[in-house]
Every structure is written in structure tokens, then in C-alpha cells.
Design a protein. Structure first.
Lengths: 321, 321
């Protein structure tokens, strides 16, 4: 049984080999460039951890983990096109560096190569894992579409927003764990608990992400605070504020969003605080974390094997404000 | 054993069922819209024909045929974005009607759904067919990238152009036949012959397409002649003309391409004819057709079973000028 860090190091080294042919260089350079930007590789490591919860790492788990990471990077390349994002991790996005057409095709071919790795799975696992992978991939596309749709709507309910986050972010974390568990020989019941651990952890993570963008420690957070506020981005905070604010506060909030004054961030933050949005979000995050940990608790394996997954939750979710 | 027309009718009816969930409607409406534009459904029918050449149609052949047609439509949706094409089959393209972001996502999810159909394949065939499908999908992406690259280059050799056409167009026709053949229980040797039949037929078809755009009968062709010439599109005709034209002719051709005068089409056609490009292209098309038919001839099944495939070649390739 390995720690999160040990598995992450192991996976990163394995993932550094080339995944693409040399030619045409004009296509595959874009794929190699994007993968070279790095990342925490959380999802593939979750796949390995899901496997190790139930037994020795199956050789096919590395193929599945690679497919998951390639799939995730495919979605990032295409999302960056859709968001017209110039930078990711402080480096040029693929479409900025290579043009939209190559970014589009580079993403497409990366998805196909992900399926090539899945096709290395031996025996009856192929069918089962492909099924979950496809379902998850469809849901991630649906979540991205809902995110686009929501940006154009004046109001989105908390329930609708959570559903979108589940699809766009959580299901891939959940499925990564479950695919590993399936290779580890887990029962259907245990697979379901692990999936729900990942799904709730993902929602907690997104709430934290929204929270930190507004209330984080700028030094720890590593990017400018209030980026979401500046862009009028729908977040857990904004959606809840619009639901609970008094009429005058709500009026002011909507006006700030429309007029974009220079002191917009500090004024919106003041409204958020007056509505206790910060405390609400922190408590909601805790609720989802607790729900996640309960599903891990309910997974029928000896508790010592669960330690790396608790370590993962600690790595992803801060316990203290 | 069924005729091309009978199989096409059968497939079209089966393909008309819904392939996508109802929600989110903002995503799946784009997929349903594009499929409703129709098409000849040549590739899935080739899959069924490849199967029937060797035996009864395997139930999985319909799943594979569906996956192939969805894959083909995914490439068309993304190609239309890359080409900034406003229309396809005289109807709005997906990105024109629904915006680029939804067209991008709609294509992505259509590819995932194609893999869902492949995952219905039973037993050991799944592995083999997925392998060929993935290889082909990668090649189609590579061909599209080369096509984009070539448009920016001043000169492209005939060899390079044929290689691009093979990847962009031919390998999917070839693989469609081979996947069917695999389900029909064909030997590796027969699979290879059938693949090469499809590959050479695809090249012959593209030569014909380029030829008809310049020299076709406008009434039969159904679109304006000279579209490729107006756009300076690299075609078999232009590439060969630039290779064989006398220095003065070549100079004139390059000048016409640069200056785009009102009488450009007729002047370029005159140069093509003076260089015998029309006869050369017709003969080259015939060479590839003959090569294709030789591979069909070399396929070890009784000749009566080959009739529908010869019918297919006749349907795709005109024998008379």
C-alpha cells in the first residue's frame, strides 16, 4: 500500500514517456506541449488508490490511469478554446500557441489515444471499464455545456449549480476511483461507496475553490483574489448570496455586476460577508466532506487500507479556514 | 446477400432511432440536428457489406456500423468549424446554428457515443475492432491536420497529397469494410485485401471528386463548377498542373491564383486542358479503381458474393467521362 505522494511520483514518471507518434509533428507537438505543462495528476492517482484499497495494483490500472489523465487533458484543451483562455498554469494555452484548429484536432486525437490505452485492458474488465469511462465522458461534456448555458442565464438555483458541478468535475474523480476499485476486484457495493466518496469530495473541492477565490489567503492561493467576482462568474457564493440577500443588498449586488466599478471586488465581498456567505460556504464544504468520508467509512475494507484516501482528502480539502 | 441499396435502406431505418439522451437539450439538439441532415451512409453500409462478403450479418455489425457513422459525423462537425463553413448539404452547419462551443462539445460527445456502440461488441471481437477503429480515428485526425498544413504551403508533391487523402478519407472507408469482414470471420489475408480495396477506391473517389469540380457536367454535379479553383484549393489537378506545366504556363497559373481575376476559372481550366490534366486525372482514377478491383478479385470468396461490392464501386465511381 502506497501513500498518495508515492503513487503520484510513480505515475508521473510512467506518464512522462511519449504517448504520440512523431508525425505529423504539426499535430502531435500540440499534444506533447500541453502534457508538458504538468499538473497534479490527481485523477490517475485516484485510480491507482481505488485499486490499492482492495488489492495489489493490477498492471491494467496504469493503462486506465493514463487513459483518464489523457481524457482530462483533452477536456482542458477544448475547454480553453471555449473559454478563449489565453493562459493555463501561466503558460500559453494550446489554441493560443498553435491556433484553434490544431487545438481542436489535438484534443480530438488525445481522446482517441486515451481509448487506445483502455483497449490494453485484458479480459472482461474492458467491457465494464469502457462502460463507466464512456458514461463519465458523456457527463463531463454535459456538465461543460450546462456551465456555458448557465453563464447566459440571469439566475441559477443552487440545486442546478451542484448538478452542473457534479457532471463537470465530480464524476471524473468518482469514476477514477471506481475504475481502480473494479480492477482491484471490489464488490458492486464497495464500488458504489467509493464512487460516492469521490463525487462528494469533488463537490467539496469545488466549494472550497469558489470560497478561496473570494476569501483565500492571497499568498497561499497563488492567484489574484476576486477573479470570479470580476467576471460575474456563477459560483456557490454568488448563487447563495442572490438567494439569501435582502432586496436592497440584492439590488446592489446586481448593480455592481452590471456596472463593474473599480471597487467591485471589495463591495461584493462586503455583501457576501453581510449575508454570511463565507460561513455558509465553509459549512457546506464540510457537509460534503463529511458525506464523502462516511462513504469511505462504509466501504468494507480494513481501516488501515483507507489511510491513503483520507490523506488524499486532506490534500484536496483544507480543514482549517 | 443484399444489394448496396437494400443494405443502405436497412441501415438508414435502424440509424433513425435516437442516439442521445434528452437532456441537456442545448447539447444534444446540435447532435440530432446534424444527423437529421442525412447523408448517403456509405461507410456503415460498407461495414455491413464487408461482413456479408464472408457470412450472415453478425448482430454486432449494426453496432459497429452505427459507431462508424457517428464517428464520421463527429469529424464533419469539427471539420466544418475548422473550415469556417457556413453550410453543409445546403443547411446551416452546427457551429453556424448553435455556436462554436456547442459544435465543439456536440462533436466530442458524438465521438464518445460512437465508443458506446463499440462497447456493445461481444467477446474477443471488441479488442480487435477497437484497435482498428482507434488507429483509423488517429489517422483521420492526422489527415485533417496535413490538409490544414498543406493549404499554407506553396507546393505539395503528388505523393504527399495522396498520403494526406489516404489518411483523411480512404482509411475510414477501408476500415469500415475490414471491421465488417472481421465480424464475418474473414482471414487476416482477406481482411487485408478488402482493406486495400477500400483504400484504393477512396483515392479513386477523391480524384473523381477533384475532377468533377473542374470538368463535371454542372447539371449532374449539383454544385457550381470551379469551386476548388476559386479557393486555390490544392487538388489532384492543381498539384499535377504545377508539376507538368511549362514555365510560362506555371507563371500564369500562379498569377491567376494570386490575383483572382473574374475569369479565373475559365483561364485555369484552359491551362489544365493545355497540360492534359483532365486526361491524366481520369487515367489516374482508373488506375486506382483497377487496383481496388484487383484486391477484390484476390479476396478468396466465390465471385457471386462480390457482386454488391462491385455495385458499390460502380455507385461511387463513374466509368464514363
Amino acid at each position: 500500500m502506497h501513500s498518495f505522494e508515492a503513487l503520484a511520483l510513480d505515475f508521473k514518471q510512467r506518464f512522462e514517456i511519449g504517448h504520440f507518434p512523431a508525425a505529423p509533428e504539426s499535430l502531435y507537438a500540440s499534444c506533447n506541449y500541453f502534457l508538458s505543462l504538468g499538473g497534479k495528476r490527481v485523477r490517475p492517482v485516484m485510480c491507482l488508490m481505488g485499486n490499492e484499497l482492495f488489492g495489489e495494483i493490477h498492471p491494467d490500472a496504469y493503462h486506465v490511469a493514463t487513459a483518464i489523465e489523457l481524457f482530462h487533458n483533452f477536456t482542458l484543451i477544448h475547454d480553453d478554446i471555449m473559454d478563449a483562455a489565453p493562459l493555463r498554469r501561466n503558460m500559453q494555452t494550446v489554441h493560443t500557441k498553435y491556433g484553434i484548429n490544431t487545438a481542436l484536432l489535438g484534443g480530438d486525437v488525445m481522446l482517441v489515444v486515451a481509448y487506445d490505452y483502455l483497449n490494453k485492458i485484458k479480459g472482461a474488465n474492458l467491457n465494464k471499464i469502457l462502460h463507466l469511462f464512456n458514461k463519465t465522458a458523456r457527463e463531463v461534456c454535459e456538465g461543460q455545456q450546462l456551465d456555458i448555458d448557465f453563464e447566459k442565464l440571469p439566475f441559477v438555483s443552487l440545486e442546478e449549480y451542484i448538478h452542473m458541478i457534479e457532471l463537470k468535475t465530480s464524476v471524473l474523480l468518482a469514476a477514477s476511483l471506481q475504475m481502480g476499485a473494479m480492477l482491484g476486484g471490489a464488490s458492486d457495493g464497495n464500488c458504489q461507496h467509493l464512487y460516492n466518496f469521490g463525487k462528494n469530495l469533488g463537490i467539496a473541492f469545488q466549494i472550497q475553490d469558489d470560497y478561496l477565490d473570494a476569501f483565500g489567503d492571497p499568498e497561499k492561493f497563488g492567484k489574484d483574489l476576486g477573479g470570479d467576482i470580476k467576471q460575474n462568474k456563477k459560483t456557490f457564493l454568488l448563487i447563495h448570496a442572490l438567494e439569501v440577500a435582502a432586496p436592497a443588498q440584492k439590488q446592489e449586488l446586481l448593480q455592481l455586476m452590471q456596472e463593474n466599478p473599480a471597487d467591485k471586488v471589495s463591495k461584493v465581498l462586503a455583501i457576501f460577508k453581510a449575508c454570511n456567505v463565507d460561513e455558509w460556504a465553509w459549512a457546506l464544504k464540510q457537509q460534503y466532506l463529511d458525506k464523502a468520508l462516511q462513504h469511505l467509512e462504509d466501504t468494507a475494507v480494513v481501516s488501515v487500507r483507507k489511510k491513503p484516501l483520507i490523506q488524499l482528502a486532506d490534500f484536496l480539502i483544507q480543514r482549517e479556514q
